[in-house]
Design a protein around this ligand. Structure first.
Ligand code: NCD
Length: 342
């Protein structure tokens, strides 16, 4: 639902036509930089202001007891979500489905493009146009960067990007921000290292755009061939974020309070030999953490495929399973917000 904020504003103006308040509405809207979430798409973290992010973190906090099964809710009763997953997923799809079901809503799923009409050559535009008539919200993952925007252009219901190839993963980045806040009570003032495949890792792309709103210092750790794309480092520069690029994991371990590790994205490499060269470029072990920074908070969007040794798991700072669990509360908040229920 592209430009949903605009439509909502227009609808309000129309509803208030003839009353004095009408003239004041545009001022009201320009005073707040917070997005109007009801009816809106979640496509890119570039669309969020700091106010939006802080608000989502607060709303997610409220959903936590339901996500943790301490409370029940029927907030999204009679609402239907389409989960269109044209790329592999475990956590993202299941946490969205869990969020929807635990709020009393229901889910229709398509998993794998081979089982959908995309395999017959249907366009993303047609897919959006058709699916909107079946559901109230669409959550989609697709290998092509920008594809959720194409679906959103025709769908009259909110579309949530659950990962578009090597592009973005906004809901993961929001749950990462929520996790950092829960682990550290604040984001401002932290030194955060992003480690691994910064070129193809969509989670670190989205997370960088969100962190650019805070007073953080970033250490970008990758092999030279897998550096953060220049459009993102340019954005960090423009936003005034202090960052450095290095190949040294040891430097990050010594200096960061939070280390966000990532998997080398095998599926994005044209040459499998190139992937083999980098797949175990960095391996985080308990010995390294204990030697350099025993208090380090360690995050990872998961799945991990060797870059974090299992002996790290029972360190107090190993936050990646808590991070995965936080995904349910954040996705509850996002679904409720775009459906106009939070
Ligand atoms: C990530 C993804 O799909 O981008 N996983 C996830 O959603 N939790 C990270 C990855 O696949 O490496």
């Amino acid at each position: 639902m592209a430009n949903a904020g605009c439509n909502f504003q227009q609808k309000l103006l129309m509803a208030n036509a003839g009353c004095n308040f009408q003239q004041k509405l545009p001022i009201f809207f320009t005073l707040s930089s917070m997005k109007n979430f009801a009816g809106s798409d979640i496509l890119s973290t570039m669309d969020f202001s700091r106010e939006d992010i802080d608000h989502i973190i607060k709303v997610s906090e409220q959903f936590l007891p339901i996500a943790l099964k301490e409370k029940t809710s029927n907030l999204l009763e009679n609402k239907l979500m389409a989960a269109l997953f044209y790329e592999p997923s475990t956590r993202t799809r299941l946490s969205f489905e869990s969020a929807m079901n635990r709020l009393g809503g229901r889910v229709l799923s398509v998993v794998g493009s081979e089982y959908s009409s995309l395999a017959k050559g249907e366009t993303l535009w047609d897919t959006g146009k058709m699916v909107e008539s079946y559901v109230d919200v669409i959550v989609m993952r697709h290998p092509q960067p920008g594809s959720p925007k194409e679906v959103a252009a025709s769908a009259g219901v909110p579309v949530i990007n659950a990962g578009d190839g090597g592009g973005e993963h906004p809901t993961q980045a929001l749950l990462d921000m929520f996790t950092i806040t829960r682990e550290h009570q604040t984001i401002d003032g932290l030194t955060i290292a992003l480690v691994g495949d910064l070129k193809y890792g969509r989670t670190v792309h989205s997370l960088s755009y969100l962190l650019a709103h805070y007073k953080v210092k970033l250490i970008l750790v990758s092999p030279d061939k897998l550096k953060m794309p220049p459009e993102i480092t340019d954005h960090l520069k423009k936003s005034g974020v202090a960052f450095e690029e290095t190949e040294s994991l040891e430097h990050a371990l010594k200096n960061a309070q939070v280390l966000y590790d990532t998997r080398v994205q095998k599926e994005r490499f044209a040459d499998v030999n190139e992937y083999e060269k980098y797949k175990h470029y960095y391996v985080l072990t308990r010995e390294l953490v204990e030697k350099y920074n025993p208090k380090l908070t360690i995050m990872h969007p998961l799945p991990r495929v060797g870059e974090i040794h299992p002996d790290v798991d029972d360190l107090p700072g190993a936050a990646y399973f808590r991070q995965a669990q936080n995904g349910v509360a954040v996705r509850m908040a996002l679904l409720a917000m775009v459906l106009g229920k939070a």
